[in-house]
Design a protein around this ligand. Structure first.
Ligand SMILES: Cc1cc2nc3c(=O)[nH]c(=O)nc-3n(C[C@H](O)[C@H](O)[C@H](O)COP(=O)(O)OP(=O)(O)OC[C@H]3O[C@@H](n4cnc5c(N)ncnc54)[C@H](O)[C@@H]3O)c2cc1C
Length: 374
């Protein structure tokens, strides 16, 4: 049985950040990723300023090939049913997740085992025993002193640690279609459509030569049907003709934060990224995945060197990140404060109080319609 200081499950931004810290501090580190890298992930790929800063400060400058065109995403544009439009400044960049995550993983310097799934774990006083399976069916027993679970929203580690938590959360299905086409949807903006009769979450944006559309529906409802309705709604408005579907991705997603249903793990199993519940109200999760991965790596290192359970250190360190996520669900802070991930305002100028109130009313109407449509 191979023994590591730290094993990280998941080769996304949380896993890569944890691996970067552990490997750079001389810990014997392994990243397990169930898919083959580069793996695709249903994600708009917007790096908000907080994500860009974390990447630059820890991984270095992103190479050009990671970015989509246009590179900059200036604003989130919300289209309300009454016709009012509100912009929230993003000031971020648009990347392709397969290329971004692969670049992050390569920069870690850790050993990477892709095509390998963690299936079971057992925590003892001194270490964690893992049962893993390679894509060819081989079983791989691995032992480590600390496990960092960065295995995304529907985390199997969290399900193993706390089965009831998973059951009580409301689950959604996100479906993402990419169409090779020309259209008049303004590039450089992330367009969100408040149409609850189609889906609680509808977005569309231009990325390279693709029109990308996302829908999210409650688990059990038909995401494909919602996508068809969204197409019928959007395409005539933005002049799409003869588009060819070039890719379809899906995943399960939940909002744990408003229910306080975070899971940061145990003494030797540290949970980071979306697996822990760190996904903000805008569906932005890369910044907290990067930040929590770094904190989990630092806590593992400090704990192993100081003889303190790493999970205890992590629980204290993660408090600020948890607070940031919770703040994005505070309606007063969204409408009247300065959000951490998104800053409402026109290009260069903050919104007037009158505009904020009108948008607040639009948002309220939308929320009521959302509740009515179930
Ligand atoms: C439609 C959509 C759009 C989004 N758009 C944005 C956006 O524009 N900007 C933003 O910041 N956030 C966005 N998000 C959220 C963002 O994608 C996630 O929050 C982010 O990817 C979380 O990173 P992570 O490292 O925690 O997990 P992930 O990126 O999900 O990585 C987890 C990895 O773990 C692997 N894994 C899972 N189980 C196992 C196992 N048992 N063994 C081995 N490996 C395993 C998975 O294959 C995966 O590669 C979006 C989400 C959705 C659904």
């Amino acid at each position: 049985m191979t023994r590591y200081d730290v094993v990280i499950v998941g080769g996304g931004p949380a896993g890569a950040s944890a691996a970067l810290v552990c490997a750079s501090r001389g810990l014997k580190t392994l990243v397990l990723e169930k898919r083959k890298i580069p793996r695709r992930k249903a994600c708009s790929g917007i790096l908000v300023p907080a994500s860009l800063t974390l990447v630059k400060n820890n991984f270095g400058d992103l190479p050009d090939e990671v970015f989509a065109r246009p590179k900059e995403v200036r604003a989130l544009r919300v289209h309300f049913p009454g016709g009012r439009i509100a912009d929230a400044t993003i000031g971020g960049s648009m990347i392709w997740r397969d290329r971004f995550d692969q670049w992050l993983c390569r920069k870690t310097g850790a050993e990477i085992l892709d095509g390998t799934t963690l299936e079971a774990l057992r925590e003892t006083a001194d270490d964690v025993e893992l049962q893993c399976r390679a894509s060819d069916g081989r079983r791989l027993p691995i032992r480590c002193r600390v496990l960092i679970a960065a295995d995304g929203g529907p985390s199997s580690v969290v399900r193993l640690l706390n089965p009831s938590l998973h059951k009580k959360l409301p689950w959604y299905v996100a479906l993402q279609d990419s169409y090779e086409c020309r259209c008049s949807l303004e590039p450089g903006r992330f367009h969100f459509f408040a149409c609850p009769e189609i889906s609680p979450y509808l977005s569309a944006y231009v990325k390279d030569s693709f029109l990308v559309m996302d829908v999210v529906v409650p688990f059990g409802k038909r995401a494909v049907e919602a996508m068809e309705k969204f197409r019928a709604f959007l395409w005539p408005r933005v002049g799409v003709e003869k588009a060819a579907l070039s890719g379809r991705l899906g995943c399960r997603v939940t909002y744990a934060a408003p229910r306080g249903a975070f899971c940061f793990g145990t003494e030797r199993v540290l949970v980071a990224g979306e697996a822990s519940g760190l996904l903000n109200n805008f569906g932005e999760g890369i910044s907290s995945a990067l930040a929590s991965g770094l904190l989990a790596g630092q806590s593992a290192d400090r704990g192993l060197r100081g003889g303190v359970p790493p999970g205890r250190i992590y629980l204290q360190e993660i408090e600020m990140e948890k607070r940031k996520t919770l703040d994005t669900f505070d309606r007063r802070k969204i409408l009247f404060g300065r959000g951490r991930a998104l800053h409402f305002g026109g290009p260069g100028a903050p919104l007037s109080w009158r505009e904020r109130i009108l948008i607040g009313l639009d948002a309220l109407r939308w929320l009521l319609a959302l509740r009515k449509s179930g």
